[in-house]
Design a protein around this ligand. Structure first.
Ligand SMILES: [Mn+2]
Length: 303
């Protein structure tokens, strides 16, 4: 892709007729379904750091089309080997529908090699985990009328095929919300959707937030937990990585917590923040695991 192509996709996103959008969702769903089957139903994508030269990471977008376009037009992102989105694509921003059109176009054009990885956020949760505000169905209806309700239903169905964690082997674990409290192996994370809701692991991956200190307690968000450094240490150990990269909480682009073990990345500008950021993990970042301080200082691109 290049800047001209991105402009073309944006134009298509605004002008796409309902049949075209439905076709795009269908193609994306087939591709995601195939990838999920190749992972044997696991929601964990593994990236071997030796096999890639660079990985771009993008946090919450929440309908911020302008920020998405800004990021995709960065020539380093254009040329990167993997793009990981950390979830929360729709809701809040007026251009939520168009953001979906763009990320699904990106996914479909990337083809079969999982070059574009769309993680599940709490705004892409299962039917028993509703989220508020949730304007996405209203935006679809506003733009496409009753047929928009069908598009929204298709999108909801597509969420079930999205992965929810990425491990860059030996280096980084990426999730939308946080690390779960009661896991003993990476498989507990990889198959969290299947053990939901008897286990809280899936909810915690999508909803939790870090705190300074130790232990954990129920989140004021109404789902997930607030987790301390001891919980993080356990997950870093079982995942064999050094740093957690997550999104979910608005911040001025990046936020470092728990002594550099957790980096929060937020890619939407809006109600709660004036600056946004994305990460570009280059060969140095992929060769050696860096802590969140160093990622925030050298890999984050803030605008
Ligand atoms: Mn979120």
């Amino acid at each position: 892709m290049n800047a001209e192509e991105v402009d073309k996709w944006v134009e298509q996103a605004f002008e796409a007729r309902v049949e075209k959008f439905a076709g795009l969702i269908d193609r994306a769903k087939k591709l995601l379904n195939r990838e999920q089957r190749l992972r044997k139903g696991s929601g964990l994508v593994r990236i071997a750091p030796q096999a890639v030269r660079s990985v771009a990471v993008i946090g919450d977008l929440h309908g911020d089309l302008e920020s998405l376009v800004h990021i995709l037009k960065d020539s380093d992102v254009e040329n990167t080997d993997r793009i990981v989105f950390l979830g929360d694509y729709g809701d809040r921003g007026e251009e939520s529908v168009e953001v979906y059109y763009l990320i699904l176009t990106l996914k479909v054009l990337a083809g079969a090699e999982e070059r574009v990885i769309l993680l599940r956020g709490n705004h892409e949760g299962p039917p028993d985990m509703p989220v508020r505000p949730h304007e996405l169905p209203l935006f679809f209806k506003k733009k496409y009328g009753t047929q928009g309700q069908e598009l929204y239903a298709d999108i909801k169905d597509l969420w079930e095929y999205l992965p929810y964690a990425v491990v860059v082997t030996g280096r980084y674990l990426m999730v939308h919300g946080g690390v779960p409290t009661n896991v003993t192996s990476l498989d507990d994370i990889a198959y969290a959707r299947e053990t939901h809701p008897s286990s809280s692991t899936f909810t915690e991956l999508l909803w939790s937030d870090p705190i300074e200190g130790t232990g954990s307690f129920n989140s004021i968000r109404g789902a997930g937990r607030m987790f301390g450094e001891d919980i993080t240490d356990n997950v870093l150990r079982i995942a064999g990585v050094k740093t957690i990269i997550r999104s979910h909480e608005p911040c001025e682009g990046v936020k470092v917590e728990q002594g550099g073990k957790i980096l929060t990345l937020f890619s939407r500008k809006g109600d709660f923040n004036n600056q946004a950021a994305y990460l570009l993990l280059d060969e140095t970042m992929l060769r050696d695991a860096k802590d969140a301080e160093e990622l925030a200082r050298t890999a984050a691109r803030i605008w």
